[in-house]
Design a binder for this molecule. Structure first.
Ligand SMILES: O=C(O)CCC(=O)N[C@@H](C(=O)O)c1ccccc1
Length: 368
């Protein structure tokens, strides 16, 4: 398939409420969306990078630059290519996995639409709908947290993830566990906020029957997670540390994690995400689909991925209304704690032009 051009769209989408994590508070999402144009179809991809390099080293302006300067021109010069050739073609450029993921996804979407094949079918998904969890930010008080959790449980979410950081960990988790009955699926996400010196503090979470503790230590401290795992009972799940199938295999081998959060944006795209799924499944490691506050474009693709057999834990595939008053696609609406897997070709959704125009702050066309 020949790529004749790629459009970079910069969106600004206000969040329905501030979302605080150990690395800062998001009030709105600055999002880069890609539209790949080919003679037979267009494809869409969403980049998970934040405005600032606080979740990972990538950030929106850096992603836009590496796409316009290196990644897109490389594909435009490559002639006829398939989506599976994107990663090898771009491998000479080190890192920039979120930028590469958005571009590969848009090429894959165009290719699948041209062949009238849903992404879920192309990935080998086996479910028509997926169980959905929800991510709950750090709050100003425990009562405010309990109200938020009660609201999400009323909406039908089947799993609650609480953001934690030093000073907001044992007490809020205990309060949630005590307020809601024991069979509420509960997990925590530290986003690298702790060190091994906090081992005893993190061990105080063991009595709360958590599904997992996500990324307690620095993303490069894989051996530190293996050491921590020897001192706490709660299973360790890695997020920021897992950037490829190879890094997943290494982390599993050294005992750094018993569960993996697969985020296609973080790992370079849905094709690598499938490979990580396969490595984890071969090692008996459950996986779930993480999120980067995606619009319906990224959300649709994430739900397709979450329908793979190894995704046995509810993911951060929440309904659109968790983050946005109005999505740029038809909204994803939770029904009985689940979201339907899009059945249309490619990612199965297309931005609604009027909605896209409302939130687009810049458009840039990169052509051959
Ligand atoms: O539901 C979602 O899409 C968000 C899930 C979530 O908590 N993502 C976290 C994370 O660190 O994994 C996050 C990403 C980006 C920005 C803020 C928070």
């Amino acid at each position: 398939m020949k790529i004749s051009g790629v459009e970079l769209l910069r969106l600004r989408m206000p969040l329905v409420s501030p979302f605080r994590t150990s690395f800062g508070t998001q009030e709105a999402r600055e999002i880069l969306v890609l539209r790949v144009i080919t003679p037979t179809a267009e494809g869409w991809g969403e980049c998970g990078a934040l405005l600032d390099p606080v979740y990972s080293s990538e950030y929106v302006n850096g992603v836009a630059d590496v796409l316009r300067t290196y990644l897109v021109p490389t594909l435009l010069r490559a002639g006829d290519i398939s989506a599976h050739q994107v990663a090898p073609l771009l491998a000479k450029f080190k890192g920039h996995r979120m930028a590469k993921a958005a571009l590969e996804t848009a090429v894959l979407d165009a290719e699948l639409r041209a062949h009238d094949m849903p992404l879920s079918v192309a990935l080998g998904s086996t479910k028509d709908s997926v169980d959905c969890g929800v991510s709950v930010g750090i709050m100003d008080s425990v009562p405010q947290l309990l109200d938020a959790v009660a609201g999400y449980l009323d909406e039908g979410y089947v799993r609650i993830k609480l953001k934690i950081e030093p000073g907001w960990d044992v007490e809020p988790v205990r309060a949630v566990r005590e307020r809601f009955d024991d069979d509420v699926l509960l997990q925590v996400d530290a986003n690298t906020a702790y060190t091994l010196a906090d081992t005893q503090r993190l061990a105080q979470l063991d009595p709360f029957n958590l599904l997992l503790i996500e990324q307690p230590l620095d993303e490069e401290d894989v051996l530190g997670h293996a050491e921590l795992a020897r001192h706490i009972r709660t299973p360790i799940c890695l997020d920021e540390s897992i950037v490829s199938a190879q890094s997943a295999a290494a982390a599993i081998k050294v005992g750094a994690c018993r569960i993996v959060n697969i985020k296609p944006s973080r790992v370079g795209g849905y094709l690598e995400a499938r490979r990580i799924h396969d490595v984890c499944e071969a090692n008996g490691v459950p996986v779930w689909c993480g999120g980067m506050l995606e619009t319906g474009i990224g959300r649709a693709a994430n739900v397709a991925l979450a329908a793979l057999p190894g995704f046995t834990l509810p993911g951060d595939t929440s309904g659109s209304s968790r983050y946005y008053r109005t999505d740029i696609t038809e909204p994803f609406v939770l029904v009985n704690g689940q979201l339907p897997v899009p059945a249309g070709p490619g990612i199965g959704v297309t931005p609604i032009p009027e909605r896209l125009a409302e939130v687009t702050t810049a458009r840039e066309f990169v052509r051959a």
